[in-house]
Design a protein around this ligand. Sequence first.
Ligand SMILES: Cc1ncc(COP(=O)(O)O)c(C=O)c1O
Length: 355
Amino acid sequence: MKNKSLSKWFRPAVLKMKGYTPGEQPSDPKVIKLNTNESPFPPPAPILKAFHYVADERLRLYPEPTADTLRHALAEVYDWPVEGVLVGNGSDEILSILFAASVGKGDLVQYPDLTYSLYPVLAAIREAKTKEVKLNEFFHLSFEKFSPNARLTFFGYPNPPIGNCYPLDEIEAFVVKAKGLVLIDEAYVDFADTSCLELARKYPNVLILRTMSKSFSLAGVRLGYVFAHPDVVEQLMKVKDSYNVNRVTQAAGLAALTAESLETVHKNVKKIRFERDSMTEALRNMGFSVPDSHANFVLATRQGHPSAESLYKNLKKKGILIRYFSHPRLKHSLRITIGTPEQNHRLLTELKKLL
Ligand SMILES: Cc1ncc(COP(=O)(O)O)c(C=O)c1O
């Protein structure tokens, strides 16, 4: 039985909301894990060396409060003014900071009906009004359906769980009209051909969110960053925790931006893009509909028997974990993270048997 005092301890909005459901993290290392869009490749060598270097008696000291050394390195690599860079404990933290700084009870927050499922959770915490714009049957977003008056607008570029990128001119036309902030979540952009960074240079209401969790193979380290107008970052800085990015993560981030690491990331991205395109073709040949993906995952849809849910469950029994969502629009779909060539081969072989 639930404790009767909960209603005296927590806000009604929190009591009635559902929390975010993260993808499973199995403890068995033998599981082929293609469910949370991590990289199948190890982090570049300089990052692993940086952990040894940083793990000494200095851990007793607080880290740089605003991670300025790392911000400068990011500013240099991505050619962005350092005052317009904010670093977070994963890009998830930056999303929380943005909500805390920008959204009050009843403010309008909008996003596509299919996108990163953390946005609605953060909106519920802040008791925001929400508008979900339905993607069409080809997963295209009609930007004219977004309200120009929303406090915050979110979408992914590429947008999960599909992996498609919306046309830059359509995004720009919306950004020009939008009175509020527009956060373009570029968690997967390194696997795409284009980015929206130039839009943020032109328009002060655009924020570009990035992470080292995917292409940099650092999901376990928790490091995200945002590129925005310095005036915007100044407000976000007020809301973040004093030492939001720990010492070890800051050192890893710096090591990730060396020429050697960037070259390894680039090579890994190339391999994943190649594997993604082969996976897309193989799944289409099996009768799945698979939109072109510009990310490190694909969304495969197929109606009939066996159902997507049973394919997911049976693959899991064979030690292969992919993602099945309970969302009504995704009940015939499976989201598959691109793994190593061997992992992808195993998945396709087992899937073929199940069909
Ligand atoms: C679109 C999108 N944004 C943000 C994140 C969170 O990334 P991070 O690990 O940096 O918190 C994810 C994680 O899967 C994601 O898919």
